[in-house]
Design a protein around this ligand. Structure first.
Ligand code: AMP
Ligand code: ZN
Length: 466
């Protein structure tokens, strides 16, 4: 089974061949940290987390880098509005972002580099472009000379003439061509700045990713990701910068997620229909939101509505219930007897179906169908009066393996219910009566592990939670 992914660059699903066997270098453009993130921003955050988790489940060692844009025009404006400094603003919203994505069950990135920590690397990158004539200085600004990079437009599949046609007429006599983009911006009085060969200023937006990718991952990486709006101009410009300097492809696979809409409308400031992640998770479980995100293929638009969330909550509940029922039955099931071979095979079939679907350009909705097949098998099995602990373990292990990739099961610790504890105490007393010391010890260990303490009293055994 080979992994295939849709590459925006070639517009084809391609077999994934990493630069180095067993390793994946992955970069996903991160947020500008001037605000709390909204549910739309959650889509790339969750999708690329799942890509990374799936690659790890397939035994790849993944280096996952996602940056913070902690200085730019929007940051400067917002800091002014809030009467704080740009670094103070950044600290606030970086902390908020990390908190929000942790709530969403997103695994920590290998590193979260920031623009302000990489100014020297950015200046060096721009200097190299100027040296090679791919960039020019104009009154303290530095611009990229797009006409010099023959492949400009290759990612978004447009040529320079088309771009010229589509571009807003900007009155900027500093640029040689309207489609040239800024690499370094001269500081206006009172703005945050760094010294550079072109005077005091700050980096333009696109250059940071070229500089950070090269510094933290190298000249060519495996996977570069982001929302589809980043294809042009952001990623197009990253390619132009990096490939002009290194002469090598910036990334072998370019992945872009489609947008999340609200009630079939674009989320926008003017419509005022944005919802923050931190507000949403006060209303619904974060796992439901994750499940909802993964219920559509990442290249298809996804519609957020009360109805679609309700459906997601119901579907996820069926998976969670199966999981909880398996766990609860395990408490009182004993023994490790034989498992029927046909059952083992059916469980294994759901596992290969899951991988097959994920291998097909990360088809999460179809992979979730495989999870439901497992749930259906488990529910059928649980209808039996006598169940085998080994079989229950097998179901649970498989469900947990799926969850390693999807991250949709409740993170709340499993607690024993009161009646389960009481049943276990009865079982233990019986086990001791019949001199089944192994079973009696097994039960005592299980209770200890769950923080339940037993006390022998003249009235019988009492129990309490730690
Ligand atoms: P921004 O804050 O607009 O720079 O966006 C940060 C990330 O979220 C980028 O990868 C965007 O492509 C992505 N993004 C923004 N809005 C949406 C949306 N409604 N649906 C999906 N992705 C989005
Ligand atoms: Zn970027």
């Amino acid at each position: 089974m080979t992994l295939r992914m849709y590459n925006t660059l070639t517009r084809k699903k391609e077999e994934f061949v990493p630069l180095e066997p067993g390793k994946v270098k992955m970069y996903v453009c991160g947020p500008t940290v001037y605000n709390y993130i909204h549910i739309g921003n959650g889509r790339p955050v969750i999708f690329f987390d799942v890509v990374r988790r799936f690659l790890e489940s397939q035994n790849y060692e993944v280096t996952y880098i996602t940056n913070f844009t902690d200085v730019d025009d929007k940051m400067i404006r917002k800091a002014e509005e809030m009467a704080v400094t740009v670094p103070e603003l950044a600290e606030t919203f970086i902390a908020a972002f990390l908190e929000d994505i942790q709530t969403l069950g997103v695994h920590d990135a290998t590193m979260n580099p920031r623009v302000t920590e990489n100014i020297q690397e950015i200046i060096d990158f721009i200097a190299a472009l100027v040296d090679k004539d791919f960039a020019y200085e104009a009154r303290g600004d530095v611009y990229y000379r797009t006409t010099k990079f023959a492949e400009y437009g290759k990612l978004s599949h447009q040529n320079l003439e088309e771009l010229q046609y589509g571009i807003r007429i900007e009155v900027d006599d500093r640029k040689e061509n309207p489609q040239d983009f800024v690499l370094w911006k001269a500081a206006k009085p009172g703005e945050i700045y760094w010294d550079s060969p072109w005077g005091q200023g700050r980096p333009g937006w696109h250059i940071e990713c070229s500089a950070m990718v090269r510094k933290y991952l190298g000249e060519t990486i495996d996977i570069h990701g982001g929302g589809q709006d980043l294809t042009f101009p952001h990623h197009e410009c990253e390619i132009a910068q990096t490939e002009a300097v290194t002469g090598h492809p910036m990334a072998n696979y370019w992945l872009h997620n489609a947008f999340l809409n609200i009630d079939n409308e674009k989320m926008s400031k003017s419509l005022g229909n944005g919802i923050l992640i931190r507000d949403l998770v006060k209303q619904i479980k974060p796992e439901v939101f994750r499940f909802f995100m993964l219920s559509a293929h990442y290249r298809n638009p996804l519609n957020f509505s009360d109805e679609s969330l309700k459906q997601a909550a119901n579907a996820l509940e069926r998976i969670q219930n199966a999981h909880d029922n398996l766990k609860h039955r395990l408490v009182t099931a004993s023994g490790t007897g034989e498992i029927e071979a046909a059952l083992t095979e059916r469980i294994a079939a759901t596992a290969s179906q899951f991988v097959e679907k994920m291998n097909d350009d990360f088809n999460t909705p179809d992979a979730i169908t495989a999870v439901f097949d497992l749930v259906a098998e488990a529910n059928l099995y649980l209808q039996q009066e006598r169940v085998n602990a080994a079989a229950l373990h097998m179901f649970l292990d498989q469900l947990q393996a799926f969850d390693q990739t999807l991250g949709i099961l409740s993170k709340q610790a499993d607690e024993l219910l009161d009646e389960e504890i009481e049943q276990l105490i009865v079982d233990r007393t019986e086990a001791r009566k019949s001199k089944n010391w192994a079973r009696a010890d097994e039960i005592r260990d299980l209770l200890t592990e769950k923080g339940i303490f037993l006390e022998d009293t003249p009235q019988g055994i009492r129990w309490r939670r730690k």
